[in-house]
Ligand binder design. Structure first.
Ligand code: HEC
Length: 111
């Protein structure tokens, strides 16, 4: 094959495809794998959002939050200076969606 500009562009395109740039893609790209949010709260978020987000710690209770999805997404992505670390580098948008879904379905413990 003779290398020309078109070939290089194709090569570049196929290389970038390895990165999770296809938000619409049916198969989850690396970084879009499902995460265990309950586990995440047990390890990472639970320092400040106690009992899996059901109770306040250093941060507010997340269960029954009156904030909308955009607010929650923004807080998780960007954190708040001096209050909560930013997790935008840690999680993909799809994973943050999962976290929001988890928060929405939180219920008090049975019994
Ligand atoms: C170091 C403590 C700390 C950690 C760790 C932490 N948070 Fe927070 N979080 C806070 C504080 C404090 C606030 C309130 C910020 C404010 O004043 O708006 C907050 C706010 C939030 C909010 C907005 C809720 C609301 O009603 O204002 C969400 C959602 C949230 N955190 C999710 C998470 C998730 C998910 C994790 C783990 C990936 C996490 N937090 C880890 C301290 C923390």
């Amino acid at each position: 094959m003779k290398w020309n500009l078109e070939g290089l562009a194709l090569l570049a395109a196929s290389l970038t495809c390895a990165a999770p740039v296809h938000a619409q893609s049916a198969t989850p790209a690396p970084g879009n794998e499902t995460i265990d949010v309950a586990q995440l709260f047990a390890t990472t978020c639970g320092w400040c959002h106690s009992d899996g987000g059901r109770a306040a710690g250093k941060g507010p209770q997340l269960m029954n939050t009156t904030r909308d999805d955009d607010y929650l997404r923004d807080r998780i992505k960007h954190g708040k200076s001096g209050a909560m670390p930013a997790f935008g580098e840690t999680f993909s948008d799809a994973q943050i969606d999962q976290i929001i879904k988890y928060i929405r379905q939180l219920k008090p413990h049975e019994g």
